[in-house]
Design a binder for this molecule. Structure first.
Ligand SMILES: Nc1ncnc2c1ncn2[C@@H]1O[C@H](COP(=O)(O)OP(=O)(O)OP(=O)(O)O)[C@@H](O)[C@H]1O
Length: 385
């Protein structure tokens, strides 16, 4: 919190001018000065300097909520962004949680971007004073699709609002890890300036996976560098979500994971037939991207499709929603795979001109699940060795 940018605070204009004149950028920069220096540099009286110090100290001090106030927020529906379906919302305590990171993971074409657009439109329509920051790392963002969804949602006499609503979505399209890194670092300031209620990163994985593949020849430790990078981004996004009380929604790709199984002697011949390349594609594993060490010949390798970025990443996110195909096209499925408030649950959805529609009542069980170990149904059929 001491690193919080002063421009993101609601300080009066004269004071902001003095702060920037003396290159004081963070709360820490001011608190490191003596009271006398604060008075001198910022042209403050002793009382004003003491007030400022108290205010900045209260920003650094860890904040707490009471259970009662959290419950009140939840009841008033101001702790979440509705996903547009009463069953889904009630399991997720209102929808996508504020001050938290929600991940949408799924195979190509399943509807991750469509869900991101859906939630952006929902934020604009339900929060008239809020904006959306949309970080598109795959050049997949289609303004015309947002217009289509908005136009379908607005009644005929409100169609004139479309341009105003569109101007409340700020889009970044970084094409390298370093440009995304810079955007993530500056997000808190931008979120404060534009009053963001939702930050979308579609997708969080693609640039890092492209620049730091786990098995790049001649470059050891690509996966480990990526874990460190993702940890930094997750920390920044969490701080942003908490400080600005907004929803962070990230999409994630899927990757294949290889699991080694002991085989009984009579199955040994079958194990020997496992394709040689299977382990090359392994990404998540138990150790965040590094493939497992070689096994004896009595081991069979089975391949699964799971959310990308490995186990460590799955601990960074608060809620994981997995999107997958079903055998009944065009119906797709949303799984609540990890949530602090909901049991494991599944809901069907379709993608329509007016956006994403969740169908029926959904089903859930309290048997629990491992967020890192979901087999994802891929349209072309599961890849099993
Ligand atoms: N206007 C529309 N009406 C109905 N379906 C649509 C419409 N626009 C897109 N879709 C459907 O959305 C799906 C693509 O979704 P989306 O782009 O969100 O996938 P994705 O999971 O983000 O894929 P990737 O990982 O490749 O980016 C396609 O099945 C497409 O048919």
């Amino acid at each position: 919190m001491a690193k919080r940018r002063l421009v993101s605070l609601d300080l009066d204009d004269d004071l902001q001018r003095q702060l920037s004149r003396h290159s004081l950028k963070t709360v820490q920069d001011v608190l490191q000065l003596s009271l006398l220096d604060q008075m001198r540099l910022l042209c403050l009286s002793a009382d004003q300097a003491r007030d400022l110090q108290l205010r900045l100290c209260s920003i650094c001090a860890p904040k707490h909520n009471t259970v009662w106030s959290l419950l009140q927020q939840q009841r008033q529906g101001c702790s979440s962004l509705s996903m547009g379906h009463s069953g889904l919302d009630s399991l997720l305590a209102g929808g996508l949680q504020l001050s938290a990171i929600t991940e949408l993971a799924g195979p190509a074409g399943v509807g991750k971007t469509q869900w991101c657009v859906e939630m952006a439109v929902r934020c604009l329509l339900t929060e008239p004073s809020k904006s959306v920051i949309y970080i598109d790392t795959e050049a997949a963002f289609m303004p015309s699709r947002v217009v289509e969804v908005l136009s379908e949602r607005l009644p005929p006499d409100e169609q004139h609002r479309v341009p105003e609503l569109l101007s409340r979505i700020m889009v970044h399209q970084p094409s390298t890890v370093s440009s995304l890194h810079k955007i993530v670092r500056e997000l808190e300031m931008q979120a404060a300036e534009c009053g963001a209620g939702l930050v979308v990163v579609d997708s969080i994985a693609s640039l890092a996976r492209k620049e730091f593949p786990p098995h790049q020849p001649g470059q050891q430790g690509g996966a480990w560098r990526r874990v460190l990078l993702m940890a930094g981004w997750a920390a920044s996004l969490k701080t942003l979500a908490a400080n600005r009380n907004l929803v962070v929604l990230v999409s994630n790709q899927v990757s294949s994971r290889t699991v080694a199984c002991e085989v009984a002697p009579e199955e040994e011949d079958e194990a020997a037939l496992a394709p040689a390349g299977v382990r090359e594609e392994c990404e998540g594993g138990g150790g965040d991207g590094e493939e497992e060490s070689s096994r004896s010949s009595l081991v069979q390798y089975r391949q699964y499709v799971t959310p990308a970025l490995g186990n460590t990443w799955s601990h960074f996110i608060n809620t994981r929603l997995i999107l997958q195909y079903t055998d009944h096209s065009p119906i797709r499925q949303l799984l609540i795979a990890k949530s602090p408030v909901s049991p494991f649950a599944t809901f069907n959805y379709t993608i329509e001109a007016s956006g994403v529609k969740v169908q029926g009542g959904g089903s859930y069980s309290y048997s629990g699940s491992d967020p890192g170990l979901h087999m994802i149904h891929v349209e072309q059929g599961p890849i099993v060795s």
